[in-house]
Design a protein around this ligand. Sequence first.
Ligand SMILES: [Zn+2]
Length: 840
Amino acid sequence: MTQASAFQQVPKILAWVCLFVLSLSTCARTCFAEPPTEVLPEHERVGDLKSPAEFFDFEIGSRHLRHDQVVSYLKYLSDASDRVTLVEYGKTHGQRPLATVIISSANDGDQLEILAAKRQEITQHPDRPTPSEAKLVMYMGYGVHGDEASAMNAVPLVAYHLASSLAAEVLQYLQNGIYIVDPALNPDGNDRFANWANENRGQFPSADAADREHQQPWPGGRTNYYWFDLNRDWLPTTHPESQGRLKLLHKWKPNVVLDYHEMSGSGSYFFQPGIPARNNPLTPSKNLELTRRFAAEHAKSMNAAGELFYTEESFDDFYIGKGSTYPDLHGSVGILFEQGSTRGLKLKNDRTNRHFRDAIANQVRTSLSSLAAANANRADLLDYQREFYANAIAQAAASDVTAYILKGTESRIDAAAGILNTHSITCYQPASAMRLDGITYPATEVLVVPTNQPEYTFLRSLMEPMQSFRENIFYDVSTWHLPSSMDLEYVSFSAEIPANWLANRWQVKNTVNPNELSEGAANGVGFAFAPTELGAAGLAATIQTNGGHLRVGFKTVQPDRRGPKLPRGTYYLLKQPNAENWDALCQVIAREASAMGIEVHPLSSSMTSRGPDLGSDNLVAIPKCNPLLVVGEGTRAYTAGAIWHHLDHRMRQPATLVETSRLRSVDLNSFSCIILPDGSFGGWSAAEASALKDYVRQGGTVIGVATAIKWMASNDLININTAKPKLEQKTVTSKEIPFGEASSAAALESIAGAFLMTRVDQTHPLAFGFPDGRVPVFRDHSAMYSSPSNTYQVAARYTGVEAGYVSRRNRDQLSDSVAVWAETYGSGRFIMLAENPVFR
Ligand SMILES: [Zn+2]
């Protein structure tokens, strides 16, 4: 093009610019003038109550609400409406309040407390008929996964509807029921996502899934502060969100529990029933029938809006630690909802051209249809829950098992009892030492859990190590066997329980009296504590961070002829070389050991009764621990987060978290060990591999967890054979699998979650702390590793399946595989843990 012709083009270009600007202003008007989805029915409403749009000054669904905004609206409703009461049931790790509202017509004075107390009758006297005036309780839970935003954003509309409507049907609901509206089960994750979405879109949001707004960075908003999936925490209750919520649920014993989620953007809308064959076998069949009655009501409402949905094809109800399954084992009906996500403000794909506000509208629709279904079936739901508990007591009475007896160190027993207590299961400890199968156990090292109690159904699911199932495909883990998860021995006791065993009801130990260390103890040569105690590593870390030098015993030591034997792996805090700091360290050990429930043994002489004396080289110095945990893209956030949480809360061990992309810019030699969590480490190259290898050659320790081992092997850090033993020969099966069954066939060979038993080499330092030689481990993947030729390297091998589903072929392969092993290289070592040892 010549210069002259270019000038001739100018007026045309100007016209285009004008058109473009014009089109922007038109779009701006349409973007901001989009009317709210008319989802709430046209009811007469309490006039002076602000709607969410009036309160926020923008329409619901026009941006992502932060958690504090939702709470401020609920607080406003609580202040302004006599139907609404705000309750706080805890705080998240990130210090956000776990606030919920209780909505009903019974909010005066202490009416709610009186009603909650009455609810306890359901479990205590389930044989009594339901009083005609009994209220239905429905817990409406939104957004346990923080990036499933339509859930939490629906809450202001649902709460406003219940607080403001003057329609006869809503007044009837409020008279007949109590609605616990929990706006956000995972506030830390909710805000992580809301901030990302709000900060990464312009005035004209892109509906393209590739847009930055739709692509939240690692770890995403799904998980909580420590990247934990809270929808798996209803059973282990590791986190404050679940602990607080379960207290609230057991206080109210809801008849219905709603569990609001989002699924992938290509999905339509799902509500339960899920796949009927994948229900937990302990869930009564009536539960499914009641769920179907709700489904009919949701279908009516969604059809009226012309919305697509599906049921019965996905999402199982098996793992009892999930929000829609836990209620099913408590006489309640748990219902899961999954809305196809916009993961931002707008999303266009081959199924939908969806706006966030339309996703929210669906969640509101099924909340309202749940209210209708619950009220239409109120009498049946109330009777069902009583029948559930009456049956549980009858089944317990008919069972051969009268009690489950758990055995282990005091700290482990207390931790297990704490979990059982959270689930309203009563446990006891004997008045004095208890004799069982010819062995005497101190009273504090056993727990007696009678089966004759209302929560028998749930108790069974925790205690019985199931291995065969009606359907062998699992959306999540196939088991959560409490004794295996806490490494406790257990016995199913079938005789009459001696009265003496039930002498002391176990209670949460709220106040801890610090150990008074006698002057003699402080003046002795030091202290020891055994690695079998649950918090032993945490106490060791605390002593180290307070400047203490520790040793570890490589052999069993019996300090006094009449005293206890201290097993291999026992920690020793000796006056030498801690003399300068001794008084302060004595205070630390007295205070912290009491707080952690750890028994500390004072040592009066360097001369021992059996085993090495305390000046022996068999007591090896523990180097100062200063771990680096690799996190970020290429690692699995669940595992990285579980390890971080374990270091931070259980071990109280300061740790440095380094993003995978930054590993090469860090001086690795300043760390005592580097932990590689589960992951593919896709962004790493030969440079990271060589940096890690150099670090180990110079004396460092690299710990690889689960699939990190594959990366270590394929980058020649270690020599292990990662090929599955025997697998190659068996990949072609004699049976032809039809195309339509291929995904099910693959699922049958996966290990979704099962407890395996390992045999440990008790003399191996990696196996210290497990004196009975057996350690249950939890596995949720099917990668297997052949035994190295040098068997001294191996600390643990599999011996079988303890609980959960593992296919026959996987069982065969496991028998040739190793679970924990080490390889030395230069002056350092690689340590491999085939399973994440701190799963959930
Ligand atoms: Zn979800």
